[in-house]
Ligand binder design. Structure first.
Ligand code: ATP
Length: 403
């Protein structure tokens, strides 16, 4: 299984090192529409915050006020302590990358020129801008030799989106603003782009504000979710598990949906207590010794490890019959496994995908236990009980997996 990064839910979000601060921010458009009335919101350094809410609630207006594509009518916006209205535009561009739906690329410019746009505007020399752009294309998973000279219409939707991200990162800004960045592609590509972005974010640690109408996307990507209602009213601002498990208002409960218990699986980690420990045999053991272990424990199968505790596979009672070989020669490959940091949802998916009766849990190479349908069911119940009590999931953390 793919070792998908999972957003850690252990860190207390909002730890108090603000990179972006909105203080009583409001926007009244010329026609009198109060898009945002008075919003207070603080985003910490390195944090990924998703703004969610129904259409027209003011998400995009809020985002665009941060990089001054829209001027606020009231309040203050601070970027690392500086009032954005006092930062000159080039300085702001250097500090804030901006990604929009479909990448928002210049159609008449090559991929390379698109990515080099901001560095050139900032006065970098051509060769430096070019070198940086080629490096960024690699970073977002595009082969520069293939893609650098292409034009946007020669790219797939997913590739355009990657170029959009590369362009936003070109001047290495500490802050990225993303407006529905993954919504113009089909669900499979979206899924892949979201995972790629999570991996990228683990590497680059930008402060990210992401606008999305998709609560699943927010749950998957964000450290904190800000749920807005009409007029940019902040209904709740919490970690995904808390928004799902303890919606602050009826509005939030109805916005996150009746299936929030299921959604919560995607933010519920595997806990030590979820794991079973079937018998363990070693690759170098004789089949006779393995058979004795299995019969002694009344088990039909055992996990097979090498001397270093690395998972080699599994061996059944039938495999031990009569031969002279070692366990390592007869053990079966383990198809279904998840990393210890995986979520219950990923463990379920793995079990279904391989039609497996159990899923091995690995911490790096090291085997730590197995999940079975019974233990997954218990974990599900734990998640739902916590949900009913409105308990955040700290006590179910994956970090509890024994070492
Ligand atoms: N230039 C404008 N002039 C007048 N009203 C506007 C303007 N731009 C947006 N609005 C209004 O402001 C409100 C907030 O719009 P905004 O685009 O910020 O919402 P949103 O939450 O991003 O919506 P969506 O999810 O549909 O993109 C809406 O009622 C919208 O019609």
């Amino acid at each position: 299984m793919d070792a998908t990064p999972v957003r850690s839910q252990t860190a207390t979000p909002g730890g108090g090192d603000p990179m972006i601060q909105l203080v009583g921010v409001g926007k009244r458009y010329a026609d009198g529409t109060d898009a945002v009335r008075s919003l207070d919101l603080s985003v910490d350094r390195g944090e990924l915050v998703a703004l969610v809410g129904p259409s027209g609630c003011g998400k995009t207006t809020t985002l665009k006020m941060v990089n001054r594509l829209i001027e606020p009518s009231s309040g203050r916006i601070l970027l690392d302590g500086d009032d954005v209205t006092k930062v000159e535009p080039n300085g702001l561009r250097r500090r804030i990358g901006y990604v929009i739906q479909s990448g928002g690329l210049f159609p008449h410019k090559s991929v390379l020129d698109n990515v080099s746009t901001v560095p050139l505007l900032l006065g970098w020399d051509r060769s430096k801008a070019r070198a940086r752009s080629l490096e960024l294309l690699e970073l977002v998973g595009l082969d520069p030799a293939v893609h650098a000279k292409r034009y946007p219409h020669q790219l797939s939707g997913g590739q355009r989106q990657r170029v959009g991200v590369a362009r936003a990162l070109a001047a290495d800004p500490p802050v990225l603003l993303m407006d529905e960045p993954f919504s113009a592609v089909d669900p499979i590509v979206r899924d892949r782009l979201q995972l790629e972005f999570l991996r990228l974010q683990e590497e680059i640690h930008k402060t990210v504000v992401l606008v999305t109408h998709d609560i699943d996307e927010a749950v998957r990507l964000a450290d904190r979710i800000a749920v807005l209602s009409q007029g940019g009213k902040l209904e709740q601002y919490d970690a995904p598990a808390t928004v799902l498990g303890a919606p602050a208002t009826d509005f939030v409960a109805s916005f996150v949906g009746a299936d929030r218990g299921l959604k919560r699986l995607s933010v519920t980690g595997i806990a030590a207590t979820d794991l079973e420990s079937p018998p363990v045999v070693y690759a170098s053991d004789s089949l006779a010794a393995a058979e004795e272990t299995l019969r002694g424990e009344g088990a039909a199968w055992a996990v097979c490890l090498d001397e270093r505790g690395t998972l080699k596979g599994w061996v059944g009672l039938r495999d031990t019959a009569g031969g002279v070989a070692t366990v390592g020669e007869v053990c079966h490959r383990m198809e279904a496994w998840v990393p210890a940091r995986a979520t219950l949802k990923q463990a379920f998916q793995e079990m279904l995908q391989h039609d497996a009766g159990w899923v091995a849990v690995l911490d790096g190479d090291r085997y730590v236990g197995v999940l079975t349908p019974r233990t997954l069911h218990e974990a599900l119940r734990r998640s739902v009980d916590a949900d009913a009590l409105g308990v955040p999931l700290e006590h179910t953390e994956v970090d509890n997996v024994p070492s």
